[in-house]
Design a binder for this molecule. Structure first.
Ligand SMILES: [Zn+2]
Ligand SMILES: [Zn+2]
Length: 302
C-alpha cells in the first residue's frame, strides 16, 4: 500500500470525503459483491476504503483485487459485535491478517453461534405464519449468516422499489430488530456476544488495530462515551470512529477531542450496506472540518 499524499499519519480535511473506512459486502449483510462495491466506491470518487464485513473476512481478497484494478487503496477490515457490561458495542479491526489460523478458528465459532440465533428467529417467524426455512436462508449467505438473509428470503424483491425498501425496513423493525435497538423484536432472539476484551485481543493477535465503531449508536450521553473510551483504551483499544453519518457536529468534535486526549487513532466511515432508506450511503458523512488521525501508513512504517 502506498502512502503518497498524506502528511504522515493525518489526512487533510478537504480530502476526508475521499475515504470511507466502513462498509459491508454480501460476505455479511451487504447487498453487493466486493467487486460491485468497489465499483460504487470508484463512482463516488473514493480513494481509500476498508471492507469491514461482520465477523467475516471472505470478501477481502476480492476487494483488494478490485481496488488494485480501479486504483483504490483497500485496507483489510472486519467488524465485530461485542458486549461490555450488558451493552452491545461494535469493534472494527483494521489491517488484520485475513489468513491467520487463529482468526479463522475464532470466526468459525462465532459463525456457529450466529447460525443458532438465526435458527431460533426462524422458528419464531414460522410461528407467526411465515413460510421460511433455515436451509433457504443459509443458502443465501456467502459469508456470515445474518438477519438480512431472512429479509432476502421473505422479501426477495425489496431492493427494486422505494415501497420495497420501506417494506424491508418495516419488516426488519417489527420482527427482527431488538427492542434496545428501537425495534419491536417480535421474532428476535438474542445472541451472546463475545466480551469486548476478547475481540480487541483477537484483532491484535491477527496483526490488526481495534477501533470502536459508531460510539453514539446506542449511547447518547457524551460523558458516558468519554468514560467508556477511557476504559476501552485501558483494554488496548487503538482508535474510535469519529466521522459517521449519524454523528452530529458536537458528537464528532467530542470524539475527535477524545482521540487527542486518550491518544486514540480516528477513523471515518459510512457503514454502507445497500441503497436503502437510511443515510448510511457511501462517503455520506460530514467531516465538520475535523482532521482525523488514521494510521494509513501503519503497515509501511512497521
Ligand atoms: Zn456496527
Ligand atoms: Zn458496520
Amino acid at each position: 500500500m502506498k502512502c503518497d499524499g498524506f502528511d504522515g499519519l493525518t489526512i487533510n480535511p478537504d480530502r476526508s470525503r475521499r475515504i470511507d473506512l466502513h462498509m459491508h459486502s454480501y460476505y455479511s449483510d451487504g447487498r453487493f459483491s466486493p467487486t460491485e462495491l468497489l465499483g460504487k466506491c470508484k463512482d463516488s470518487g473514493l480513494e481509500i476504503v476498508s471492507l469491514t464485513d461482520h465477523e467475516n473476512v471472505g470478501g477481502i481478497d476480492e476487494a483488494l483485487e478490485a481496488g488494485e484494478k480501479l486504483g483504490i487503496k483497500v485496507i483489510p477490515g472486519i467488524e465485530f459485535a461485542t458486549e461490555f457490561q450488558g451493552q452491545e458495542h461494535h469493534i472494527i479491526g483494521y489491517f488484520i491478517d485475513r489468513n491467520s489460523q487463529k482468526l479463522k478458528e475464532f470466526l468459525d465459532k462465532l459463525k456457529e453461534s450466529k447460525a443458532e440465533q438465526i435458527k431460533e428467529i426462524i422458528k419464531n417467524l414460522q410461528a407467526f405464519g411465515f413460510r421460511v426455512s433455515f436451509e433457504e436462508v443459509a443458502s443465501l449467505a456467502k459469508g456470515s449468516l445474518d438477519r438480512y438473509h431472512i429479509v432476502l428470503t421473505i422479501l426477495p424483491d425489496h431492493e427494486k422499489t422505494l415501497k420495497g425498501k420501506e417494506e424491508h425496513r418495516d419488516f426488519f423493525k417489527k420482527f427482527l430488530m431488538e427492542k434496545s435497538g428501537g425495534g419491536e423484536g417480535l421474532a428476535f432472539v438474542e445472541r451472546k456476544k463475545p466480551d469486548i476484551r476478547l475481540i480487541i485481543d483477537a484483532i491484535h493477535e491477527s496483526g490488526g488495530v481495534a477501533f470502536w465503531a459508531h460510539p453514539f449508536w446506542r449511547i447518547k450521553d457524551g460523558s458516558i462515551i468519554r468514560e467508556l473510551a477511557a476504559t476501552f483504551k485501558k483494554m488496548k483499544l487503538n482508535g474510535i470512529e469519529v466521522l459517521y453519518p449519524y454523528h452530529s457536529k458536537d458528537q464528532s468534535l467530542l470524539l475527535h477531542e477524545l482521540g487527542r486526549d486518550l491518544l486514540l487513532y480516528e477513523s471515518a466511515g459510512s457503514d454502507f450496506h445497500r441503497e436503502d432508506t437510511t443515510i448510511r450511503q457511501l462517503a455520506n458523512f460530514q467531516d465538520f472540518g475535523i482532521k482525523i488521525n488514521f494510521p494509513f501508513c501503519l503497515k509501511e512504517t512497521r
